[in-house]
Design a protein around this ligand. Structure first.
Ligand code: GYE
Length: 313
């Protein structure tokens, strides 16, 4: 259901730039921060009217939202695509209607890249590789560099760029460490509830898990609950190493509590970045097609309280 967060059809709305945002859903803290970034950027004072749609993690809902944006003759369509494939037809419809499409967060896999103007988001493969490198250093420091290490992965939504890239980045690092073994990988749909369920089943199937890689922080929160419920411990002083992606505030709290070992950052604050792209297009300037955002990582060796106090999401 599209929610009109702009002015209620007042006389001025013709001068505002109308932006339709087809959002994935509300599955994680990251997503909430991303939605907030768009809602606070695309406001009337900044010259915009935002039409926001939450697809509840379903591609068919996003396609419907895009079609509704086309019908409403919005000026720009912004999409954070749930999955990478299956977008050609609806993008061609937008192109025929002369409405520019900007992608943000996750990527689309389309044969004709003139179907969108630009993409801005995180480098998911790099995030996965950073995670693998961190793990190698951490195990080395613990004197476990040559030990057999058993891992499991709670993946994101299958086919979503963030899942595809993070899994791939980690797989690249697995190739470099013959003593690392990936026992199992299953999707936790980027939610805490599903993350917990998947971890419960992993713990039933394997009694020798050393590391759990969670493809977002919320899955890790669920996994940590499952580990504790099974009578095991995690974090720097525990039985199981838990790492995740995003670096939302709650992940810092989890590290401070001694549950989570590390989180690999993914910046959700794309509202201003997309607004900059739109302003350039309005001015007839060219924009970089692919724009990666710089990202860091955080672990329990750092002064997390200080970092958390300054964290925007
Ligand atoms: O990691 C996860 C969210 O696509 C980068 O989606 C985004 C991912 C993020 O559900 O928390």
């Amino acid at each position: 259901e599209a929610e009109d967060t702009g002015s209620e059809g007042d006389a001025d709305s013709g001068e505002l730039i109308t932006v339709g945002y087809a959002q994935v859903g509300a599955e994680s803290d990251w997503r909430t921060a991303n939605t907030e970034s768009f809602k606070s950027t695309f406001i009337e004072e900044n010259g915009y009217k935002l039409i926001f749609d939450d697809a509840q993690q379903k591609q068919e809902n996003q396609i419907k939202a895009i079609r509704s944006f086309i019908q409403q003759e919005v000026d720009y369509i912004v999409v954070a695509p749930v999955v990478e494939t299956g977008w050609e037809t609806v993008l061609e419809e937008a192109k025929e209607a002369g409405i520019p499409v900007i992608l943000s967060d996750r990527m689309m896999d389309v044969s004709d890249d003139s179907l969108f103007e630009a993409w801005v988001g995180g480098n998911f493969v790099k995030e996965g590789e950073t995670c693998g490198d961190w793990l190698a250093d951490y195990l080395e420091e613990q004197g476990r560099g040559d030990e057999e290490i058993n891992m499991v992965t709670i993946q994101g939504t299958i086919g979503a760029s963030a899942q595809v890239g993070r899994t791939e980045g980690m797989a690249n690092k697995l190739e470099e460490h013959s003593n690392w073994k990936m026992l199992d990988m299953q999707s936790g749909e980027f939610t805490q509830a599903k993350g917990q369920e998947v971890m419960e089943s992993f713990l039933k199937s394997y009694d020798d898990i050393d590391v759990v890689i969670c493809e977002n922080d919320n899955e890790a929160f669920g996994a940590i609950d499952a580990i504790k419920a099974a009578g095991k411990s995690c974090g720097p002083d525990g039985d199981i190493i838990v790492v995740s992606f995003d670096s939302v505030k709650a992940a810092f709290e989890s590290m401070i509590a001694g549950d989570l070992n590390a989180t690999f950052e993914c910046n959700p604050l794309h509202g201003p970045r997309v607004a900059e792209i739109i302003q350039k297009l309005e001015a007839g300037e060219t924009v970089d097609k692919i724009q990666y955002v710089d990202e860091a990582y955080f672990d329990t060796s750092m002064d997390l309280e200080t970092i958390l106090a300054e964290r925007a999401y």
